[in-house]
Design a binder for this molecule. Sequence first.
Ligand code: NAI
Length: 510
Amino acid sequence: MVPALGHESVVAVIGAGAMGTGIAQVATQAGHPVRLFDTRSGAAARAVSDIRVSLAKLAAKGKIDATAAGAAGDRLSVADSTSDLADASLVVEAIVERLDVKTELFLEIERIVRDDCILASNTSSISITSIAAGLRRPQRVVGLHFFNPAPLMALVEVVSGLSTDPVVAEAAYQTAKAWGKTPVHARSTPGFIVNRVARPFYAEGLRLLSEGAADVETIDAVMREAGGFRMGPFELMDLIGNDVNYAVTCSVFDAYYGDPRFAPSVIQQELVNAGHLGRKSGRGFYDYSLGAKGASQSSEPPAALVGRVTVWTSNALGAALASRLRHAGVQVDERRVAHSDGRTATVDHTVMALTDGRSATQRAADMQHEALVLHDVVLDPVKSGRIAIAVADRCSPSGRQAATAMLQAAGFVVSRLDDVPGMAVMRTVAMLANEAMEVVHHQVCDAVSADLAMCKGVNYPRGPLAWADEIGPRHVLRVLDHLALAYGEDRYRASALMRRRVAGRQPLLG
Ligand code: NAI
């Protein structure tokens, strides 16, 4: 086994901005002597003093030992020039995101450090292969992609370029692990794992908005309270900055030669054009100006439950729904064997079913049953506070009210989406799982790493593949196939590996 770097090994961090400062803190807390270098006068010294303040705050809160905090602060020093980095065993570069500047820096560093020094880049979008090309020893270049803020975010993508020596990648992996991080190996491909697999989270939200499924507040509420994501797509894009998020989308789209799966949204482009960049500019999808009205999501008005309720407990939501209804004192007729049309429940003649990627209107036509209300998937059917529904165009208002009343009686706040195929959570999860499968299929990383990366890099409540396995891979594939049919767009094409896993009756996480 390749060991992690020893504590005595010197770590050099080049670039004392947001990321370099965080990485230096992580390395010094792990016990390494750390040298910080930045070409901007005073930047490295400021970073050292900022880190010491952060360490002191952690000690004051009792999160770390005061002596350890002091020692970690003492292990930091400012390098006045790159020649001060000669004894480094690991150099982590976190400078401006430009290939020419990074290449020039690494050419200089290579002349200074020992031959066994690992050269790592924190780049989030530049090919590690390109950064290494032209160096005397490209095999020692690896990506160490931390997430912001580095001291708090667990994930580190350890990225191998074409020339990266597997021993170097493993040493970087073990070192990140020894630093208390959750490293995952990834092959250098545009977006690596997280910035690629996460694209549909934003893209499907933008598509839903563009198609008038609901307003931003309602879509965000559904993704948070039914999907279990910490933030909805719009509040998250506002936090990241629409300019940054749009630029990443464009860069991944271009890097994959215009693959429609990554197509940017004109809605977001318009926001960028208008200067509505999000929180930092005071306005994005939401208005952050002083006195602006707080966002409120739309929910269905309370409806009274009348009629006979039957619930199919063969699926997770059905089982939870029956128990929630019984708990609320509603009499429920339970069916244990799945119905052939996949229904979850009925209230008299109104049928409720989990979305399978068809619009409710299309499915009602296929079933020849007009009173159809679809529901979205929820992360935790037992505890979830919100659920989204979509109503078939020919379903009567009383049918819609019956389904709403039943869900409300079970304790759900009900958000109605316009009748878009695949709804919100299901469509997003299906597309996230599809992209995760593509990443696995194209040998960027293994399935476990793909899921882990999404949980630890962007705090997803569940890995997309584990989630798809829970919904049922066959159902998720059906959702994608129905979306592809509904839109006729290549964007929704299902991953060949997912299709193979379903045919082979294997889980996606496998
Ligand atoms: P930043 O702009 O906060 O800091 C960059 C620092 O590098 C500045 O202090 C600048 O003076 C310095 N610098 C520029 N050229 C230099 C050179 N030739 N030699 C030494 N110092 C130089 O940037 P940030 O956000 O810290 O990003 C740094 C790197 O980390 C980029 O490659 C970025 O893509 C990547 N990254 C950024 C994340 C983020 O959320 N900000 C997340 C993950 C990766």
